[in-house]
Write a protein of this length. Structure first.
Ligand code: PEP
Ligand code: MN
Length: 348
């Protein structure tokens, strides 16, 4: 993986969110291998949001991974979050370790992992931290590099946001793009499974990642996704994975196509945010509707309407936008807002 990007593009890593049983691990890996995948992933220590949920079989699952390595001759990857995990994984002969998003966000934990890796030659992938903080991501990579870990890669799995989104973790593509600019030789792998959080999004996100020149994909795959003990909604069968991969268009890595798709992705991302913001604005409008109803105030307040148009026009001009253009957008927004309030007041 520390070879030039083009030769290995795309690096494919696939396997279940978690190792759940000897059979599930082996059968999934076998089906993946038959479909051309050579790097198998499975979490054995799972960082779960809530206590009392399945958090992996730990050391007990290590032999299951090793069977995949030794019998199927696949490279195996697992997540480590503590020096004990590192020790156990290295003793077992795990080929690739990854640091999960929650751990990357914790410099103490990353430093302990880096110290435990001193003097080894294992491949380490650093997932982005859960919060959109590029410096924290780079900081974790630097901690490992400073400890002598030289086979490094990054995994872009998206960032937590509050409120509704089509994504489980928002891609915020500009962050990995900036990572590439800052450390051009670092391979970046996209994890569309944790980003999308649902099966339908795996293919389009994978294509976006390829269009942006990412080096590989890490995709969750399970032989029986509906029965998965974690992340069931986003896992696909090896068959579906093979189909998704067969549809991928790997475009030439020329500056012009990459640049334009990069710009288009930025526009897509901004548009998604615009829509999310509009949805949030309408939500607040309905709350205003509730208030007006309770206080017996009429929906259309002309004073407020004029104030909005005037203010937004001025704000637009100060950002270099035409005030008439922005005012016409706000006329539409206000119209929709009044409509929603009227509907709300009359329905309840
Ligand atoms: C995982 O890869 O299963 C995982 C827990 O990912 P993340 O750290 O990206 O949430
Ligand atoms: Mn998972």
């Amino acid at each position: 993986m520390n070879l030039p990007h083009e030769e290995y593009r795309p690096i494919l890593i696939a396997g279940p969110c978690a190792a759940e049983s000897e059979e599930q691990v082996f059968e999934t890996a076998k089906q993946l291998k038959e479909r051309g995948i050579n790097i198998f992933r499975a979490g054995i220590w799972k960082p779960r949001t809530k206590p009392g949920t399945f958090d992996g079989y730990g050391e007990q699952a290590m032999p299951w991974l090793l069977q995949v390595k030794n019998v199927l001759r696949m490279a195996v990857a697992t997540e480590v979050a503590t020096p004990e995990h590192v020790k156990c994984a290295l003793q077992g002969g795990v080929d690739i370790l990854w640091i999960g998003a929650r751990t990357t966000a914790n410099p103490f934990a990353v430093q302990q992992i880096a110290d435990a890796l001193r003097g080894t030659d294992v491949q380490v992938l650093v997932k982005n931290p859960i919060n959109p903080d590029l410096e924290l991501w780079i900081g974790a990579i630097e901690r490992l590099a400073n400890a002598g870990v030289h086979r490094l890669g990054a995994v872009h799995r998206g960032f937590s946001t509050y409120g509704q989104s089509i994504y489980r973790n928002s891609p915020m593509w500009k962050i990995p793009i900036e990572l590439r600019r800052r450390i051009p030789e670092l391979p970046i792998i996209c994890d569309p499974s944790h980003m999308g959080g649902k099966r339908e999004l795996v293919a389009p996100i994978s294509q976006q990642a390829m269009d942006m020149g990412f080096d590989g994909l890490m995709i969750e795959s399970h032989y029986k996704p509906d029965e998965a003990m974690s992340d069931s909604n986003q896992q696909v069968t090896p068959d579906v994975l093979a189909y998704i991969l067969s549809l991928l268009v790997i475009r030439e890595n020329t500056a012009s196509t990459e640049d334009i798709s990069l710009l288009r992705r930025k526009i897509d991302e901004i548009d998604i945010r615009l829509i999310e913001l509009l949805a949030r604005r309408m939500e607040v409008s309905r709350e205003v509707g509730q208030f007006k109803k309770e206080h017996n105030v009429s929906v259309l307040q002309t004073g407020r309407y004029n104030e909005i148009l005037e203010k937004r026009g001025e704000q637009a001009a100060s950002c270099g936008l035409g005030s008439e253009f922005v005012q016409s957008i706000f006329k539409l927004i206000h119209e929709e807002s009044v409509l929603q309030q009227t509907r709300f007041i009359n329905n309840k």
